[in-house]
Design a protein around this ligand. Structure first.
Ligand code: ISJ
Length: 281
């Protein structure tokens, strides 16, 4: 059986999946969707490997491993995890009372709570809903959390009466570290049953990343056919998104878990376990 592999449908995943999308992918069956949907499918064992919201790894860490050298991260501004708010709260974010949060996310909702509390002393009501940047015309919300391509579009075309807070930039200000939004997770059970397929998949991702970086402009052009952004916008955005999981990202991940646990959004003492070939083959 082929592995069932998730893909976040946003632009941020393009460098990891571009060669598969261009040339086809025999080793796995691809499922594309927003993060929250992939999280649910994966936790119900309907996906074998997927980019998983990093907070969901923390909540389920005992059953899971993380594939090496893969993430969706940014060391500072991220441009696509954004809190948009009414201009009247400019310089007084501590006064916001009611915030809408996209249902597509898991990690960024927790990140927003941490940032608003720790950096601004705000503790608003959070309302999950399906949202877009036009919220200020249609609702009484003070602000909204958007992620992915909707957030990126909002950043590139910010409506006049809104301000925006980049949550990656805010996390860096708070901790000095990169923020890890998603990791590639696999169930322990799958590592036991399908060690060779998991190994092959880690190799394919390694090659895919190298291929995309070596054919950057071609990938950017491909992206501009598929996503509603210009090649310049795609180039600028993908240069700040990191797909690494090196020591700095690792430290950022642990710091995020520590702060999430402090507000009751993650268990204490999360163990981050990376898949290694020698442990399973
Ligand atoms: C940087 C991003 O990271 C994402 C945010 C996620 C979340 O909030 O749960 C999950 C996966 C990533 O797609 C983004 O979506 O723009």
């Amino acid at each position: 059986m082929r592995l069932r592999l998730g893909r976040v449908s946003y632009l941020n995943c393009l460098p990891l999946y571009y060669p598969f999308e261009k040339n086809g992918f025999a080793e796995a069956e691809l499922f594309s969707g927003p993060p929250a949907e992939l999280n649910q499918l994966f936790l119900k064992h309907q996906l074998d490997v997927t980019p998983l919201s990093s907070i969901e790894y923390a909540r389920n860490y005992q059953d899971l491993l993380i594939l090496p050298d893969l993430s969706i991260a940014a060391d500072g501004p991220v441009l696509s995890v954004m809190f948009f708010y009414r201009q009247e709260f400019s310089g007084r974010l501590q006064n916001i009372k009611k915030v809408g949060v996209t249902r597509e996310s898991a990690t960024s909702v927790v990140l927003l709570k941490i940032i608003l509390k720790e950096l601004f002393g705000a503790d608003p009501q959070y309302v999950p809903m399906n949202l877009d940047i036009e919220f200020y015309r249609k609702t009484d919300l003070d602000g909204v959390l958007l992620i992915g391509d909707k957030a990126l579009a909002g950043y590139y075309h910010l409506p006049q009466n809104l301000e925006v807070l980049d949550l990656g930039e805010a996390f860096k200000k708070l901790t000095g570290l990169p923020m890890v939004y998603a990791v590639w997770a696999v169930h322990r059970e799958t590592c036991q049953k399908e060690p060779h397929k998991i190994k092959k998949l880690t190799e394919l991702f390694f090659q895919a990343k190298n291929y995309s970086y070596a054919h950057w402009q071609e990938m950017v052009e491909f992206g501009s056919q598929k996503y509603p952004f210009t090649p310049e916008e795609i180039d600028g955005y993908l240069k700040i998104i990191s797909h690494e999981l090196s020591e700095r990202e690792f430290s950022g991940l642990l710091e995020f878990y520590r702060r999430a646990s402090k507000i009751g959004e993650a268990p204490a003492g999360v163990l981050v376990k990376i898949w290694r070939e020698d442990d399973w083959m």
